[in-house]
Design a binder for this molecule. Sequence first.
Ligand SMILES: Nc1nc2c(c(=O)[nH]1)N[C@@H](CN(C=O)c1ccc(C(=O)N[C@@H](CCC(=O)O)C(=O)O)cc1)CN2
Ligand SMILES: NCC(=O)N[C@@H]1O[C@H](COP(=O)([O-])[O-])[C@@H](O)[C@H]1O
Length: 215
Amino acid sequence: MKSIVVLISGSGSNLQAIIDACSSGFIPAKVTAVIANKADAYGLVRASDAGIATEALSHKAFSNREDYDQALIKTIDAYQPDLVVLAGFMRILTPCFVRHYQGRLLNVHPSLLPKYQGLDTHQRAIDAGDTEHGCSVHFVTEQLDGGPVILQAKVPLFSDDDVTSLAERVHEQEHRIYPLVVRWFCQSRLQQQADQAWLDGNVLAANGYANDEDD
Ligand SMILES: Nc1nc2c(c(=O)[nH]1)N[C@@H](CN(C=O)c1ccc(C(=O)N[C@@H](CCC(=O)O)C(=O)O)cc1)CN2
Ligand SMILES: NCC(=O)N[C@@H]1O[C@H](COP(=O)([O-])[O-])[C@@H](O)[C@H]1O
């Protein structure tokens, strides 16, 4: 049974989707710990309610990003995860952290990467007058939101949308594609592909896994 540690900063709806997918057996893995950089992250309540170990490690307790990341690595590694999942984790991670989890560190980003890397993606798409938006699950690299994209989902962007309505529509798709990618990752075939993609920096052909005989 694969082991997953999830990092959060807020509500944890993506965390909940992954917890539920593990509970149903859709993801052949167990979330062994949820770690937040904010003690009031509601995702910690979701984890506790699911009987999952929780830890709050505030970045404010550290004088620099490197020291925080070293403490975060120590906390994570105590659970010996096969996979580390960022689910609304709002800290930029140092190269040292990224290298430590190379190839087994995923993130979900609320845009159709490479569009709108960084923050405030929904408002930026609205301001740009886009007619479509979406979300991306990608490998985490040193380049912020620049890692190889594994799977994306598109949503329409309507003229009367605001950030709330658009975020809700994107969230629905995040809750679909993130558990699917985590499932693939926990099936060993993708791990080998992940290492290869990591090396080549290629975009994984999401469709190529749609028919994976392991599915
Ligand atoms: N090295 C990497 N670190 C992180 C990545 C990544 O791809 N490479 N993905 C992000 C997730 N993310 C968007 O998906 C993201 C998170 C946080 C920020 C950011 O600017 N954070 C600020 C603090 C903002 C806040 O506290 O509200 C910061 O760290 O100073 C941008 C994008 C996770 N990390
Ligand atoms: N740049 C990172 C970022 O903005 N991530 C976004 O934070 C939200 C977390 O929601 P959740 O806590 O309900 O899962 C998600 O929409 C995720 O795409």
